[in-house]
Structure formats: C-alpha cells, structure tokens
Design a protein around this ligand. Structure first.
Ligand code: BGC
Length: 443
C-alpha cells in the first residue's frame, strides 16, 4: 500500500536557524544570539544574525516549497520577536511577519506546522535564570496562550517544544546556549521545560482554537548494545533512560522511571518536582512529533567498537546508514506507551560537513542524502503498512542553515545557501524529494 492520500509531506526549519533579522523591527536577542557571540562557542565564530534571511525572503522559501510540491511546512516562532520582553506586550511587527507567513502558506495549500519553542529563549528571560527558574513555566504559558489567541485561526498544527533535551545540553553540558555546565541545573531545566509544555497544552485547551491540534516534538536516538555483555546492556539502558526516556516517560507515560529517580537522587542532582508537575506533563496531546536521525551503538569493548567502525555501513559524513532507526522508533514508542495518538515524523535528514561536490551539470550531487531519505522513507512506508498511525514526514531541512554550534559548516539542506547573495539552489536531493512527493501524492 502506498502512503495515505492525506499524508503531510513537508520540510522543517526553525526560526533561530533560518530567519536572521536578529535585531530588526523590535526583536531582542535570544540565548543563541548571545551564545554565538562568545568566542569559541560556534564554528568559526559564525552567528545566526543573518542566517538564510528568511525574515526578508519568506517568498523565496514559499516559492521553493510550491515547486517541491509540499503540502506542509514546519517552522517555529521566535519568542523574542513577538514578545521582546519575554512576557508582556506583543510586538506588532513580529506578529505581522508570522501572520503573513501563515496566511501565505494556507493560500498555497501548505499546512503550517508551528513550533513555539525551538531552543531560542529570549535573553531577557535567561537573565532572570532561564529554564532553571521555575517561573519559566509561567513565562512559557503566557507566551503560548498569546500565540494561540493570535494565530489559532491560521495554524492547524502546533508543537509546544522541540527536543527538550536541548535544555540539558545547554545547562548541564554547555555545548548549546546558554552554555552552563551544571548537572543539577540541567536536570531542573529539562524538568521545567516539560512542565512548561504542559502549561502550553493547558493554554491551548483553554483558548481552544478551532480545527487545530497540539503536540510535542521529542527526538529518539535508540541505543544499541554492540555485544551481549552485561556491561554493554547496562550502558544501553543507562543512556536510553537519560537521553530520551527522560522526556517520553513523563509526557507519554505519566511518570519518570524509577531508574531515573533513583540514579539522579544518588548522584545528588535530582530536580525539584512540584505536586502538580506530573499531571501537567502528561496532559493529553493530539499527536506525537518524532525527530529521528540515527541509532547510537554503545559498547565498553574496544574491539567491538573497532569491528563496528570497520564493518558498518557508513556515509561520507562518517555516520552510520541505518534507516531502520525510523521504523524501530515508531514501533517501539507505540508499544512502550500503548500510543493512541498519531505520530508525525517532524524531522529526519542528514548532513555534509563543508562544501558538497558539484556534478558536471552544475548541481550539487548529494547522493548520500538521497540514499538516506529514500531508505528512511521506505522504512516509514513499511511501518505504515503494518498499521502504525504515522501521518506526515518533515524533511530536515528545506535549505542549509545555522546548524547551532556547527553553524554553517554542517549542511542539512536539500538546497544550498549562498551566504553572500543569500540565494538558495536546489541540490540533487531536492529534485529527488520533489519526484518522490509527486508519485506519493499522485500529482
Ligand atoms: C534539531 C534541529 C537541528 C537538527 C540537525 C535537531 O536536533 O531540532 O534544530 O538542526 O536536529 O542537527
């Protein structure tokens, strides 16, 4: 059976990675503007100040979406563009920008799938303690409510938060904004953002925008033990618990695992959990957004690691080609939480480091990306045929963009970006994706 007729075929981007216009029309800096300005934090000190300039070139993006035959587009709102103080009065110019984007998408028959928080906390809120401060739950609730009231009639699909793990990477590991290195703060921050998600869901139900749905996006990087040893098994369990179950357990299952609670307690980094927190985190949602890129093999055994590295199926960027990551994740999540809501694959894609080769026809020849997308889509089709309720696929990404700490050096786009002229150009994978969608949609 082919993909369902009403399946959503999209590309995904995020405000902090494509918009630019960092300080225009009343926008204030986000934590990523601040972080990128600190020497050594991003590749070559590159910043998101201009990025793909989508703030001024949304029509260029829209034109490409039409040519690709997309019927959905996943984007995010920059919190500090619409609420420059983080809370309080709306910035009309920021609101107008998004209103125009959403209306144009709708006119083109492209469903806007909008994420409220894709990692770009207003710096003014970070100055008040950021996600470690419990007030962040209320700040987000206010922001969410304002967005639902403002755009509820033009946005049929909302996600509260994209990949809550990014708060942990930002507050505990320091590799992402705001660049703090404190395990206990990281745990508190990632807990708070999940409760904030719940506040967002609560606000959504209160505003109750007509014909609109709410979900969350959580990434799954399933660990695979490379040997049968107890040590590898334990490592796999530990990493699964900390890296994605930390988020899926409370949101989809209603509780943190005993494993997490016991381990964090023992490590002295257990977060404060308020009396109403678990209820909020577990409020019913309408869909689960799955970001999936790869599996993660783990082992304590050097030889097993070497064998895997030599024997595996790798791409030019040195990451493994493992398309079953997508079908494994869909089956596993359905089973673990007895999921009764549809899944949308909200991100999937692969990258090249630095410039990609150009073919004799002058077009970037990204055969690895084509192989990757084709492999993942074929696995996705398999699980849909098995009866799993997956209703959309958003390719990351519409174009090369600001890839966080790796800045413009990691290229995830099916279009390249000329950083001088700010023009985009189709890679071979864009033609491939267009043709795939045409066939799937029967166009
Ligand atoms: C994030 C994107 C990012 C992509 C590729 C996801 O984790 O949501 O913002 O660009 O992966 O690394």
């Amino acid at each position: 059976m082919p993909f369902p007729k009403d399946f959503l075929w999209g590309c995904a981007t995020a405000a902090g990675q494509v918009e630019g216009g960092a300080l225009e029309d009343g926008r204030t800096p986000s934590i990523w503007d601040t972080f990128a300005a600190i020497p050594g934090k991003t590749y070559m000190g590159q910043t998101p100040a201009v990025a793909c300039d989508s703030y001024h070139r949304f029509d260029r993006d829209l034109d490409n979406m039409k040519k690709l035959g997309l019927n959905a587009y996943r984007m995010s709102i920059s919190w500090s563009r619409v609420l420059p103080e983080g809370t309080g009065p709306l910035n009309q110019k920021g609101v107008d920008y998004y209103k125009r984007c959403f209306e144009k998408l709708n006119e083109a028959g492209i469903t806007p799938a909008v994420t409220l928080y894709h990692w770009d906390l207003p710096q003014v809120l970070e100055d008040k303690g950021g996600w470690v401060n419990r007030d962040s739950i209320e700040w987000f609730g206010e922001y969410a409510e304002k967005m639902f009231r403002t755009f509820g009639d033009v946005v049929p699909m909302w996600a509260t938060v994209n990949e809550p793990i990014a708060t942990y990477v930002g507050y505990a590991i320091g590799a992402f904004a705001p660049g703090r290195h404190n395990e206990a703060e990281g745990n508190q921050a990632r807990h708070n953002i999940l409760v904030a998600h719940g506040k967002g869901v609560e606000a959504f139900r209160a505003v109750n925008p007509k014909d609109s749905k709410i979900g969350i996006v959580i990434d799954i990087w399933k660990r695979h033990a490379l040997t049968d040893s107890q040590a590898d098994h334990d490592l796999m369990v530990d990493e699964d618990e900390r890296n994605w179950k930390f988020y899926t357990d409370p949101v989809l299952g209603g509780r943190y695992s005993d494993y997490i609670l016991e381990h964090l307690e023992r490590e002295g980094t257990l977060m404060h959990i308020g009396p109403d927190d678990l209820r909020l985190m577990h409020l019913p949602i309408d869909f689960y957004g799955l970001n999936v890129y790869n599996r993660v093999p783990v082992t304590t055994d050097r030889q097993a690691r070497a064998d895997y590295t030599q024997g595996g199926n790798f791409m030019n960027n040195a990451s493994e080609y493992y398309p079953k990551a997508i079908s494994d994740a869909v089956r596993m999540i359905n089973k673990m939480y007895d999921l009764k809501i549809p899944i949308y694959v909200t991100e999937n894609g692969t990258y090249a480091v630095g410039d990609e080769p150009v073919g004799p026809d002058g077009i970037i020849c990204d055969d690895d990306r084509i192989r990757y997308i084709n492999g993942f889509l074929s696995e996705l089709e398999t699980v849909i045929n098995e009866g799993c309720d997956v209703r959309g696929y958003f390719l990351w990404s519409l174009m090369d963009n600001f890839e966080w700490s790796a800045a413009y050096n990691y290229r995830f786009g099916i279009q390249s970006l000329n950083r001088e002229t700010l023009q985009t150009e189709w890679k071979k994978s864009a033609y491939f994706y267009r043709d795939f969608i045409r066939r799937a949609r029967g166009l």
